[in-house]
Unconditional design. Structure first.
Length: 466
């Protein structure tokens, strides 16, 4: 008969078990917490009968049983969430201290509170402090109930009793569960409290927003497994040069993670930036080395400006600097311009900047980068009403870009007159009159924008020098 008695070492802080003793727990990182225990692994002779779980036929679900979305009427927030807050979802909102997390949830509570009840649970601020912020932001606290509690079980009991539309927890690092050993803020408490709130959200079909702190390395305080527990993870970031706030989703079970929302922080709270293209370009400044292109963030296009400065190398080896653009990609484009377009950049310093503090990795920006470099080298300014789009290959060829129709519509809305595009995107077709031909892209006629089609970067240089 095999021996069923085994010796294990159990951590007194997180209850993790290990076959060998060590000075530090590999799960929670505690020192000197492993204690030896003897476990009897003999099983009972009788079998345990388990009743099967009830299955649900998805085809028979009616509209009331399906999850609905709560519109916050904050268009930037609704876009990032995929159309609004999903009922029964658990949302994690993170960001640096002072970036505006509490302001954003307060404005959200104001909108949701007009048609339902909201519970605002805070372990960091008192009721008077919360009311002062609400008054400053103009938030009507009629249907918003404040809960000054840090015990997860008490908060969940209140949720079950009041059945609110939305629950806000500020913050998850201050919440503790009575069923878990340790103080609030440690790994087990954060994970256990998040699991309890997830169960409460799904069981009662109530949306819950958790506010999480950011550590020095830029990640959420606590284990990354917290992000696996929740349905949606939102990050509020700062755009360095202008002080705008950018909201993006790194995880979203109910929508895309490619959408972003742009806000401006004011004394009365967040103000939506519905036309972000006007932020990153200066329409009235004309100088060499500046080109305008259009990037896509999910389904949203907005225009950006690329600036290049090319100057004679003082030392033997030319410098390559890039801000907001991949430096390795810049090296590739400089080599293509030298080899395929005949531009001598071997003895020139090239400094590239994407205005607005944005960090862009989209290949559709390649042609605009080449145009900005060539404009600075040849001392030929580009028109501020010209849009440049295209990906550049190693052979110097200009390749297609995705969602060209949306990009050109954005440029047309802002009054652009010209566009430099890959020749593969242009399809001449006959119009209604005999012999007449109109240029089309993706089946849509260009009415207000004049198209310049190019096949390679050499054609781009011809346009600049014409």
């Amino acid at each position: 008969m095999s021996n069923k008695v085994q010796t294990v070492y159990t951590c007194s802080a997180c209850d993790a078990q290990f076959p060998k003793w060590s000075g530090r727990c590999l799960e929670c990182g505690g020192w000197g917490t492993l204690q030896m225990q003897t476990v009897d692994q003999k099983t009972a002779d009788k079998m345990v009968t388990i009743s099967p779980a009830e299955v649900i036929d998805l085809e028979k679900l009616d509209g009331q049983e399906k999850n609905q979305r709560l519109a916050t009427n904050i268009q930037e927030l609704d876009r990032v969430l995929g159309g609004g807050i999903m009922c029964g979802s658990l949302i994690l909102l993170g960001g640096e201290p002072g970036i505006g997390k509490s302001t954003l949830v307060a404005q959200t509570a104001d909108t949701i509170g007009k048609n339902g009840q909201v519970i605002y649970a805070s372990g960091e601020e008192s009721a008077g402090q919360i009311k002062t912020r609400f008054d400053r932001l103009g938030v009507k606290a009629g249907n918003i109930k404040f809960l000054n509690e840090t015990n997860a079980e008490k908060i969940i009991a209140t949720i079950k009793k009041l059945k609110p539309t939305l629950v806000i927890i500020d913050s998850i690092q201050t919440i503790y569960s009575s069923a878990i050993a340790g103080e609030a803020g440690n790994i087990n408490q954060i994970r256990g409290s998040a699991v309890n709130f997830l169960e409460a959200a799904k069981t009662n079909n109530i949306a819950i927003i958790l506010i999480g702190h950011i550590t020095k390395d830029g990640s959420l305080a606590g284990p990354k497994s917290l992000e696996h527990i929740v349905d949606t993870v939102l990050y509020l970031e700062t755009e360095t040069n202008h002080g705008y706030r950018i909201l993006r989703a790194t995880k979203n079970r109910f929508g895309s993670i490619n959408e972003i929302g742009i806000f401006e922080m004011t004394g009365a709270g967040f103000k939506e930036i519905t036309d972000p293209s006007t932020i990153f370009i200066e329409p009235n400044q004309t100088f060499t080395g500046s080109a305008i292109s259009c990037i896509m963030e999910g389904t949203r296009p907005f225009l950006i400006e690329v600036q290049a400065l090319v100057s004679k190398t003082v030392f033997g080896y030319p410098q390559r600097k890039a801000s907001g653009f991949d430096l390795n990609r810049l090296q590739v484009l400089i080599a293509v311009l030298t080899k395929r377009a005949g531009l001598n950049l071997n003895n020139q310093d090239v400094i590239l900047n994407v205005t607005g503090g944005l960090k862009i990795s989209e290949p559709g920006l390649d042609l605009a980068v080449c145009a900005a470099i060539a404009s600075s080298l040849l001392n030929q300014p580009l028109s501020r009403q010209t849009l440049i789009l295209g990906e550049v290959g190693l052979g110097g060829e200009v390749r297609n870009v995705a969602k060209l129709e949306a990009r050109l519509k954005e440029a047309e809305k802002l009054g652009f007159k010209k566009a430099v595009l890959p020749a593969a995107e242009i399809h001449p077709v006959k119009s209604g009159s005999a012999g007449a031909r109109d240029e089309q892209f993706n089946g849509v006629k260009t009415q207000k924008i004049k198209i310049f089609s190019i096949n390679n970067v050499a054609d781009l240089i011809k346009i600049l020098t014409a």
